[in-house]
Design a protein around this ligand. Structure first.
Ligand code: PEP
Ligand code: MN
Length: 347
């Protein structure tokens, strides 16, 4: 929908906008109001170049889009009935909990094995563990290929499916070859379209699930959903959205906790939403409140950093990993909120 600066466009301006939209296979339908005439774009109005050309005209105030910018992930798409399942949980039907250390310590694998068993006993369905790590400081530990064996061994010992982040094509191949069922796209890479393209095409035709973190700098929800759409566009729609806090940080927290966007996402997309409270708040003591708030907001699940002895962990674990007993409490209360929420008709 084209909104002009003034009450209406003159014939020459109408000719100019008509020529632009016709070159993209659309046409113009004026809608005459009492004080203002607006111009509907009839046809597929998703082409960014067409919109940019129109928005660049000095006599245009703005373009309001009627169509959703995403075909696959839209709440009204044919895929809206698609269900994603892992670890015995079908998302949307039961609360999904992903838990485990931030980072696997290849020198001390027993912490990972013990944590894997403990998060399973606490009720987690998927084991997380960073094999390769994006770091704020490039000289900090960035992970180790050896940790992939530790991750898969923990999966065998516990029977839990695993989730790990990949940041490049080599890691993607290693993870898929090892049989990792859930690949994480980290916040620093959520807008890295070449990585999203590599992941999307590598998982096409497989059952692999992609856990897409929200970028620290994603301004709009549509940017977040469009990134998921880009992955799904290659053929595998198993994409989960993961809000994990944004920048700038809220005073006292690591990031700006963003679990409150869940209802907004749910209005626009069918994609399941699994909130990561650990990176949102960045301190173990704040994680329970953020996790439970996420469920109250309607999240389908949680991705939480947990460790049997956080002070002995590496990466984010000393600061933000919770211990398994706290995880068990969060899961217990979260399940109650989850059930109450779904029983209540009005909320
Ligand atoms: C992580 O999950 O450990 C991690 C680095 O997450 P994010 O990409 O959200 O910072
Ligand atoms: Mn982490």
């Amino acid at each position: 929908m084209i909104l002009p600066q003034g009450p209406s466009l003159n014939p020459e301006q109408i000719r100019e906008i008509t020529a632009i939209v016709e070159s993209f296979g659309c046409h113009i339908q004026p809608i005459v109001g009492a004080v203002r005439t607006i111009y509907a774009i009839v046809g597929d109005e998703r082409d960014e170049l067409m919109i940019n050309r129109l928005e660049g005209l000095p006599y245009i105030e703005r373009i309001d889009r009627i169509q959703s910018p995403f075909k696959l992930m839209d709440i009204r798409s044919d895929l809206a009935t698609h269900k994603i399942a892992i670890g015995g949980v079908t998302l949307g039907r039961k609360l999904l909990v992903i838990a485990g250390p931030c980072t696997i310590d290849p020198k001390n694998p027993n912490y990972f094995y013990e944590t894997a068993q403990a998060v399973k006993e606490a009720g987690a369905h998927v084991l997380r563990g960073g094999v390769w790590k994006p770091r704020t400081n490039p000289y900090a530990f960035q992970g180790d290929d050896k940790s992939l064996d530790i991750l898969m061994e923990a999966s065998r010992r516990t029977g839990l499916p695993v989730d790990t982040e990949v940041m490049g094509e080599d890691q993607l191949k290693l993870a898929l070859d090892a049989g990792v069922p859930m690949l994480q796209v980290g916040a620093r890479n959520a807008l890295n379209y070449s990585l999203l393209r590599q992941i999307g095409s590598a998982v096409a035709g497989r059952k692999t699930i992609v856990l897409l973190k929200r970028s620290l700098h994603m301004g709009t929800l549509n940017e977040f959903i469009s990134a998921a759409e880009y992955v799904a566009n290659f053929g595998n729609p198993n994409v989960i959205l993961c809000p994990r806090g944004t920048a700038p940080a809220l005073d006292g927290y690591r990031n700006h906790p963003d679990e409150s966007i869940v209802p907004l996402l749910k209005e626009r997309t069918w994609a399941p939403v699994v909130v990561d409270p650990s990176h949102s708040v960045g301190r173990a003591s704040y994680v329970p409140a953020c996790a439970l708030a996420a469920i109250a907001y309607g999240a389908d699940g949680l991705c939480i950093e947990a460790h049997v002895q956080p002070s002995k962990g590496i990466g984010d674990d000393p600061k933000q990993a919770i211990v398994p007993s706290v995880l068990a409490e969060i899961i217990r209360i979260a399940r109650e909120i989850w059930t109450l929420r779904r029983q209540a008709k009005a909320v």
